[in-house]
Design a protein around this ligand. Structure first.
Ligand SMILES: NC(=O)c1ccc[n+]([C@@H]2O[C@H](COP(=O)([O-])OP(=O)(O)OC[C@H]3O[C@@H](n4cnc5c(N)ncnc54)[C@H](OP(=O)(O)O)[C@@H]3O)[C@@H](O)[C@H]2O)c1
Length: 297
């Protein structure tokens, strides 16, 4: 590896994710400076070879590449208020809203930093794996100049574009499937449990089911992009007709399925609007036109 691949790096924020990031840099041979509000969280990293700074200003001063992994953009800004960012390349890897990301990018660049907003699409234990995905938006030069360094965190790096909020925008868009998918699995496991079957017995079948969903995503995306809801072959009507079955399963099993109610409502609205014969993808037309106030909490 050449000098550039081993560029010194500072990691700020040593929670579960930040600690994994710092450990991956150390393991890849980067001189790694670390800082955390609660200093004791750095102990394990120091044993591995990281250098701890007790003042954030000193940690930022130590390297020109700064990776920040606090809980929020607000915490990142609060912490960095005491440091000079002039001439620094600041890369954030926290979650947040697109508006917060844009505001943060402005704040950082106003203070003389070049800014790249990133998101890591995996768990701390996957940091450093060749297939771990990280994506970025913002300053292209920062991405290009530090891609070799960032590769220590995951082998699958994507630059989404120059807008600094793109990483959190895609993180939210892609992540939107997580909770409904997990809740569906939990509900299925709860139903099986009422009959004495273990969750393990459905894992293999659920994996195949998720693979089926994976296989139809390109057609769904094409239907959305063309606003032509005729190709999928799974109509809104079919889902609408299954509502009674859904309700019956809840009653029969005693499992709480109240979270289905707004989904059923959406299907009823679609059928009421004469969309029954269109593919299920057409529900996006209703999502884009909320019938009531958009929920804020
Ligand atoms: N963990 C994951 O699986 C995962 C996966 C993808 C993305 N992420 C994202 O990565 C970010 C960090 O997650 P995490 O799991 O590492 O969280 P975490 O374990 O809860 O750690 C939070 C970190 O933020 C610091 N912090 C919070 N508020 C602060 C403040 N006001 N001032 C200074 N420091 C503050 C904490 O410092 P103290 O130690 O002093 O409290 C700690 O270093 C989040 O945005 C999360 O969404 C996490």
């Amino acid at each position: 590896m050449n000098e550039r691949e081993h560029a010194p790096v500072t990691v700020l924020g040593l929670g579960s994710m930040g600690s994994a990031l710092a450990a991956a840099f150390v393991a890849a041979g980067h001189a790694t400076t670390v800082w955390n509000r609660s200093p004791e969280r750095a102990a394990a990293l120091v044993k591995q070879g990281a250098v701890q700074q007790l003042q954030i200003a000193d940690a930022v001063e130590a390297c020109s590449v700064i990776i920040a992994c606090f809980s929020t953009f607000e915490a990142t800004r609060e912490s960095l208020a005491e440091a000079s960012l002039r001439g620094r390349d600041l890369i954030t890897l926290n979650s947040g809203s697109p508006a917060e990301a844009r505001e943060f990018a402005q704040w950082a660049t106003d203070r003389g930093a070049r800014y790249l907003g990133g998101a890591i699409k995996n768990v701390p234990s996957a940091v450093g794996n060749p297939d771990t995905l990280l994506y970025f938006g913002g300053d292209r030069d920062v991405f290009d100049e530090h891609a070799d360094t960032l590769r220590a965190l995951g082998g699958d790096l994507e630059f989404l574009g120059p807008e600094p909020d793109l990483a959190v925008l895609y993180e939210a868009a892609v992540g939107a499937t997580l909770l409904p998918a997990l809740l569906g699995f939990l509900e299925g496991a709860a139903v099986l449990a009422t009959r004495g079957y273990q969750a393990q017995t459905m894992v293999g079948y659920s994996v195949k089911w998720l693979q089926m969903i994976e296989s139809i995503l390109p057609v769904i995306a094409e239907e959305i992009d063309n606003r032509d809801y005729t190709r999928l072959g799974a109509s809104i009507e079919v889902f609408h007709n299954a509502i009674d079955q859904d309700v019956q399963l809840g009653t029969e099993s005693g499992v709480d399925m109240a979270w289905h109610a707004p989904l059923h409502e959406l299907l009823r609205r679609a059928v009421g609007d004469g969309m029954g014969k269109q593919s299920i993808t057409a529900l996006i037309e209703l999502l884009a036109k909320p019938s009531g106030p958009v929920a804020t909490d």
